[in-house]
Design a protein around this ligand. Structure first.
Ligand code: ADP
Ligand code: MG
Length: 338
């Protein structure tokens, strides 16, 4: 795929929060949630941000639209850096972006009918028709049948609510859609439908997507590019095909090995081998993954790894990327899942 210039891009984005302020005898400390994250979201491309729970994915999505204030770095909109992180600057981003939250129903007014919810962005922006035929056509695009438009949010199933949220997001066609765990809580049978809908939107409108997921199967379904986060840092990023075929970071490899296998007879027998995610308040020194890495050597415990290019746009932050390990020497790296 030829890469267009980024619609929105972060350079060295970091987010820190103060903690412990409310505890009388404890000094407040700053906790780094994201460190030096550089990600470019391009028109017509789905970028999946993948990492275990707590890796900072949601914070990144929120920081991108100013719902969380970055502490360092830059956000570039169409190549030009936002002058600051004021709400005024982010208003420009938000006017072109739609956010799909994990639980769309909580973002719906329970007393508003679905048709009206979907039409709302058009009413607010005075953009596009709010005639019922046109709203029905919009809903249809998201796979929502017309009779559902007269229902109230609580009367929809999880999958229908997700589709209603997508229809609303498309009401004023956004240049960017940020979807946080878009398939969480949906039946497997409807998950694929929602993801395919994203692909249709990507192709029809050249929308840039940031899809946040802890689930590599989701990324396998829709990602054009993948960004792997670990403790708030990007440990590997690149084209989805390259990441799946040729993962370089032991953490990426571990995530792939932890992917659920649908066919039970093909399920891997080996026990999970790697322990828990460290706390953000006690980041390991050197390479922060060394405490869980099979290949860690002395250097990994003291020296943070540089980011190196595997190919033009495939990057990895590891002293000993897997390319340098003979395939037979790569054991199964499943993570403990709880
Ligand atoms: N306002 C905050 N104060 C303190 N810790 C926070 C705050 N927001 C997020 N965190 C912590 O930052 C980490 C990353 O959170 P999050 O972005 O929600 O991760 P993910 O979406 O990958 O699960 C978590 O450990 C979370 O507890
Ligand atoms: Mg999250």
């Amino acid at each position: 795929m030829t890469s267009l210039p980024a619609m929105i891009e972060t350079k060295g984005l970091s987010v820190s929060v103060r903690t412990g302020r409310w505890l009388p005898f404890k000094a407040s400390k700053s906790l780094d949630i994201l460190i030096d994250v550089s990600v470019a979201l391009r028109p017509g491309e789905v970028t999946c941000m993948v990492g275990e729970s707590g890796s900072g994915k949601t914070t990144f999505g929120r920081a991108l639209v100013g719902l969380v204030r970055p502490s360092a770095g830059e956000i570039l909109l169409d190549g030009a850096a936002l002058p600051d992180f004021s709400s005024r600057s982010f208003r420009r981003v938000r006017s072109q972006a739609a956010l799909l939250f994990q639980d769309p129903v909580t973002s719906f007014n329970p007393r508003q009918r679905i048709g009206s919810i979907i039409a709302e962005p058009r009413r607010i922006a005075f953009a596009g028709s709010t005639r019922s035929e046109d709203i029905a056509a919009l809903a249809q695009k998201a796979g929502l049948a017309r009779p559902l438009l007269s229902r109230f949010p609580h009367a929809l199933s999880g999958g229908q609510a997700r589709r209603a949220a997508v229809a609303r997001a498309l009401s004023v066609v956004p240049r960017l859609i940020i979807a946080d765990e878009p398939t969480a809580g949906l039946d497997v049978s409807v998950q694929g439908g929602v993801l395919n809908l994203f692909l249709d939107i990507r192709d029809e409108f050249r929308t840039a997507f940031l899809v946040i997921t802890h689930n590599l199967s989701v990324a396998r379904h829709i990602a054009d590019r993948i960004v792997i986060l670990y403790l708030g840092r990007v440990v590997e990023s690149g084209p989805a095909a390259a990441i799946f075929r040729n993962p370089q970071h032991p953490y990426t490899r571990a995530l792939l090995d932890s992917e659920p296998v649908p066919d039970p007879s093909k399920r891997r027998q080996e026990p999970p081998v790697i322990g828990e995610v460290p706390s953000l308040a006690a980041r390991p020194g050197g390479c922060e993954f060394h405490t869980r890495c099979r290949f860690a050597q002395a250097r990994c415990r003291v020296e943070p790894p540089p980011r190196t290019n595997v190919s033009a746009d495939h990057e990895v932050a590891c002293h000993f990327p897997l390319a340098e390990v003979k395939p037979a020497a790569v054991p199964n790296l499943r993570l403990v899942s709880r």
